[in-house]
Design a protein around this ligand. Structure first.
Ligand SMILES: [Fe+2]
Length: 299
């Protein structure tokens, strides 16, 4: 399914279209919030700084004590707030599957319903400026996998130079899918990356990869940059910022602020952020309500 939201975007989010420079594109990337309400609150507060929010799967948590149906209702409320603020992309992760299709494969029906909020979701292709975003569903069996393979094949026919996939699982045999003892990535995805060489693949899923020896939040397969945000508890969630105008990717985690140059070859380690850009300073100023002092204690 090819979906182009361009005229609607310019009307709803005029800031995304900069008459002097064409499209500006600063993307906030999160994944694996796993029904963390403090992290979802932070995401809503941070969203106005960005032209696009990419949520790369596992919005829900199958291990939560909260009923799955209640989680869906609550997360949809957050997504409504996000979609009222900026453009949003959401793909399903393995924790988001709430139904089986006719073939018996698990799918995320609730994520297909957020399309009516104006959110690009599983199976969609979204063009913003000169960039094509392909939103990939979590696949649990041969039918959904084939549908995804067809989606990538069809999108490849008229792909622009910058083609970005949002796919919950990172590729196999990459530091972005290293779990400490073995890789947890997607073998099929590696084949698709080698075949189509997209500009970037944005993932999550293997929570510990960015934080352990031999793991990383970034990698490069051929021409394709690959990212995994990682997961830490509490707020803010670990997040990646793609500044597509400056060709830089930033990774922000507790006590960490790193960046890489997307126009240069793969180089490790990443650089530490020495001079924070304005958007990063402003993210640091988002108030954490759980840390607010009671009125009587102030002063
Ligand atoms: Fe996850």
């Amino acid at each position: 399914m090819l979906v182009c939201f361009l005229p609607y975007d310019i009307l709803q989010f005029p800031d995304i279209f900069n008459l002097a420079n064409g499209f500006s594109m600063r993307c906030l990337v999160v994944a694996d919030l796993h029904y963390s309400l403090p992290q979802l609150d932070w995401l809503v507060s941070a969203a106005p700084q960005f032209d696009l929010v990419i949520f790369a799967g596992d919005a829900l948590d199958i291990g939560s004590m909260v009923d799955f149906r209640a989680q869906i209702v609550v997360v949809k409320k957050y997504l409504t707030l996000l979609a009222d603020t900026t453009r949003v992309i959401l793909c399903s992760g393995n924790h988001d599957l709430d139904e089986r299709n006719a073939e018996g494969e698990k799918i995320s029906r609730w994520i297909s319903e957020v399309r009516e909020l104006g959110i690009a979701c599983d199976g969609d292709d979204l063009t913003l400026g000169d960039t094509l975003f392909t939103v990939c569903p979590w696949w649990d069996g041969p039918m959904v996998k084939q549908r995804l393979a067809d989606q990538l094949r069809d999108a490849a026919v008229s792909r622009p130079q910058r083609w970005i996939w949002v796919h919950h699982a990172p590729p196999a045999n990459s530091p972005t899918s290293w779990g400490g003892k073995r890789f947890f990535g997607d073998v099929e995805l590696v084949q698709w990356i080698m075949q189509y060489q997209p500009s970037m693949v944005i993932s999550g899923h293997v929570h510990q990869s960015p934080f352990i020896p031999d793991g990383s939040w970034f990698d490069r397969l051929g021409q394709t940059w690959v990212f995994n945000t990682g997961l830490q508890p509490g707020r803010p969630p670990t997040h990646i910022v793609l500044d597509l105008d400056a060709n830089k990717a930033f990774w922000l985690a507790a006590g960490e602020a790193q960046w890489i140059d997307l126009a240069a070859p793969l180089k490790r380690p990443a650089c530490h952020v020495e001079e924070p850009p304005d958007w990063l300073t402003s993210l640091d100023r988002i108030v954490d309500p759980s840390l607010a002092r009671p009125q009587a204690a102030a002063g």
